[in-house]
Design a protein around this ligand. Structure first.
Ligand code: ZN
Length: 615
């Protein structure tokens, strides 16, 4: 939903190596180097999940460790003991968390690799609760990407370059243009593309994936004329004369997209490899793929079977809106066939509305100055209740796309109906994006056991907010945009995701904006709805233990505890010892997945600039 933030410059190698460590010897509760209270990640009163089931004994080393990390602050996410000094790893597991003195018994000189953190910070690896790795990876590895560009003219220049290259099928395809580049309407014009690619058809998705910008040749191939009716759940935009302008919303995008030859299986695998490299560079080793086709499931399976899938993946299967409950046996079959190895196809994605910026988000009151419409409600509320009740009964987690206050309410109503019919099971249904709330719905997340899955990078006053959202909302409703702190205070479980490739996949940028409500790169200097800022510890919880909860793996990942999997990262500085505006300047130096480096190495030398890939 946001223009991608630009690539960062490599940081100086300066480390903030503060003398953080307390005297060794305290196993139970090393002091909190921030001087704050030790405690759960939910300092703001919201729920952080206590990881269970990881109660391996620390008393006696059952074997020597393969790796010991010590000499820097270890932020554990353990609700009882937030900070430690040292960690020992054997195989894929953490076998010890505690003091520098206590870890000594795990070191076998000559065999154990001992890493001196030199004041750098050890954290559980990040987990992204909503991301599109295959499509994003394919787009970056193979497509005509516009994400890092500044506006119309830059887009034209890039498209001209893409159109000059030969490509199979003749199509120029890509994504990443910003709706804000076409403010105030958010609607681009085909003639800008005709000027740079008159012959080859062009299909470009917006950065949020909800709009397509196409040229005249593409409209012609798809047979779209001034008389073509809008498909259900979609809109063909027109110019003043009534001709298609070259902008397609939501389901109308498919009218053109279905004419484009699909990427091959090998191209998709290449895309996923790209995404994994990038994510490891950002310290991410688990994620929930927010929408996976059967072809996508094959990609995950292929990499898993080849030993290349260095991540724990929950795949969200796609709910076909034009079908009803008859599709459930197909989903059950996909879950059975593709839940294997590091992949669990245990979730179903239900898309309930569009986006605020082009007034397709489903809202409770009309957009100001935009007529009586209430946006797009993708699934009629009674049908949604029936679908969610049936999916819940079948043991699926439901992952909703809900942005407007009406969509949020409809999704919560559907969860409520499912609980009434099936009883309260440990379903962990979650609502993603959740931009505009009616405050009456805030306490319902906790009441219904629904997880609030925010993309906090969007929660500052960028042009999407100031130009394309606020003007269409009454002041009383403007207050309830991305109310993350209110959800935490209500006791809801709050998890974070990036929605990459919509916006940056770097959790440190997301965490910074959640804490400051300002642009991660200084784009704004005034917090946006400052009462919705949250604590750093809550923001880290949302990208570790609480995201693990969304993917039902908080018993083995998401915190640093003996018995849990050694999915860990080292940052070049202690996030608690720097001003919040510098959080996104921190760099990942090492990412361990199941005890093995997948980014950086045990020397903790700063990995080469650009090795992270992506933006
Ligand atoms: Zn998404």
């Amino acid at each position: 939903m946001r223009p991608r933030t630009g690539r960062r410059f490599p940081l100086s190698a300066l480390l903030i190596a503060l003398p953080l460590l307390a005297p060794a010897g305290l196993i139970a509760a090393p002091p909190d180097p921030t001087g704050g209270a030790s405690g759960a990640g939910a300092g703001g009163g919201g729920a952080a999940i206590a990881g269970g089931g990881a109660a391996a004994s620390q008393r006696a080393p059952h074997g020597r460790a393969d790796i010991v990390l010590h000499g820097g602050p270890v932020y554990t996410m353990n609700p009882v003991r937030s900070w430690a000094e040292a960690v020992a790893i054997k195989g894929d597991r953490i076998v010890y968390v505690g003091s520098s003195q206590g870890v000594a018994g795990f070191i076998n000189p000559g065999r154990t690799k001992v890493v001196d953190l030199k004041g750098r910070m050890l954290l559980p690896a990040f987990q992204d609760a909503h991301i599109h790795p295959i499509s994003g990876g394919v787009s970056y590895a193979l497509g005509c990407t516009l994400y890092d560009l500044a506006g119309k003219e830059a887009y034209q220049k890039r498209v001209a370059e893409c159109a000059a290259k030969p490509a199979a099928g003749g199509w120029v395809r890509g994504d990443g243009w910003a709706l804000s580049a076409f403010a105030p309407s958010g609607i681009p014009d085909r003639r800008l593309l005709d000027a740079v690619s008159p012959g080859r058809p062009v299909y470009l998705e917006s950065s949020d994936g909800h709009s397509a910008w196409v040229n005249s040749r593409a409209l012609q191939i798809a047979g779209i004329t001034r008389d073509t009716a809008d498909p259900p759940g979609g809109r063909i935009d027109h110019d003043a004369k009534g001709d298609p302008i070259g902008s397609l919303q939501d389901t109308a995008m498919a009218l053109v997209a279905e004419r484009i030859p699909p990427y091959t299986a090998e191209q998709r695998r290449e895309g996923l490899r790209y995404a994994l490299r990038m994510l490891h560079g950002y310290g991410v080793t688990s994620f929930q793929d927010a929408s996976v086709s059967e072809e996508g499931l094959e990609v995950y399976r292929a990499l898993d079977e080849a030993g290349e899938l260095t991540a724990r993946v929950v795949a969200s299967l796609w709910w076909e809106r034009d079908q009803g409950l008859e599709q459930i046996p197909r989903l059950v079959d996909l879950r059975r066939r593709y839940t294997h190895g590091r992949v669990r196809a245990t979730t179903v994605k239900v898309m309930q509305d569009g986006v605020m910026e082009v007034q397709t988000a489903a809202v409770l009151k009309p957009y100001l100055g935009k007529g009586p419409g209430l946006g797009l409600t993708m699934i009629e509320p009674e049908k949604l209740k029936a679908a969610v009740t049936a999916l819940d009964k079948e043991g699926f987690q439901v992952h909703f796309h809900a942005i407007g206050d009406r969509a949020i309410r409809d999704c919560l109503d559907a969860i409520e109906a499912a609980r009434r019919a099936n009883g309260a099971r440990d379903a962990r249904h979650h609502l993603s994006h959740i931009e505009l709330f009616n405050p009456a719905d805030i306490p319902r997340f906790r009441q219904l056991g629904a997880v609030a899955n925010f993309q906090p990078l969007w929660a500052y006053a960028d042009p999407y907010i100031t130009d394309l959202t606020l003007p269409f909302l009454e002041p009383g409703r403007q207050r309830w945009l991305y109310p993350i702190a209110s959800l935490l205070r209500s006791g809801a479980v709050v998890a974070f995701g990036s929605d990459w490739s919509v916006t940056s996949a770097n959790p440190l940028e997301e965490i910074e904006v959640a804490v400051t409500r300002m642009g991660a790169q200084g784009e704004t200097r005034t917090p946006f709805i400052p009462e919705e800022r949250i604590d750093l510890r809550d923001a880290i919880a949302a990208f570790t233990l609480n995201a693990a909860y969304v993917s039902s793996q908080e018993d083995r990942t998401g915190s640093i505890e003996a018995g849990k999997l050694a999915d860990l990262i080292v940052l070049d500085r202690n996030l608690f010892a720097i001003p919040p505006e510098q959080i996104s300047d921190a760099k990942v130096l090492l990412t361990l997945f199941a005890g093995k480096p997948v980014y950086g190495d045990l020397t903790l030398a700063s990995p080469a600039a650009g090795a992270a890939g992506g933006n």
